[in-house]
Write a protein that binds this ligand. Sequence first.
Ligand SMILES: [Fe+2]
Length: 206
Amino acid sequence: MSLLAIYDHPATTASSTAASTEQAIPDSHPQPKRISSDGAVIQAELAARGIGFQHWPAPVELSPHAEQAEILAAYAAEITRVQAEASYGTVDAIRMTPEHPDRAALRQKFLSEHTHGEDEVRFFVEGRGLFCLHIGDEVLQLVCEQNDWIRVPAGTRHWFDMGETPQFCAVRFFNNSEGWVAQFTGDPIAQGYPLLDQLIKAADTQ
Ligand SMILES: [Fe+2]
């Protein structure tokens, strides 16, 4: 189930309470001013801030651990629809598993706030991940799950958490021939907000 949490993040408090080490997790996190698992609410809140979000109906049952060609073929119609709105030169599918040898290093890299010179467009085929968007004086945390499609406009400050035991497969749309290129902001903002597993746990106990 998709989940959206929205927080106020006034500029004056940015990073001031961040932990001193990369591994440290604060004892307390800010409380969201709004939290919702309603797809229509999530889409409207994100649209109001320029973020594209859609929940695509699954066209087929993918076989377990489907390979890239099978995934892209299964979603060919949806990919064509996305391409009609904006042309993406490269479309691929990536998978992250709890056994991935580089999972810890990759997790830390994506946890650093960054921007891209192009839109970040992802469609989740399996599993889930946490997109965190820093827009003006707000932070939005969005748990994307299977069949969720998101478009984060170029230049949007954001970070991503794949969780302690990462498990997801996502179709990526690039219009940059160099693939994933990020500009890191150096702001440790991510350390002041829940990680994927913490947000899910908090939502479950509400
Ligand atoms: Fe990114």
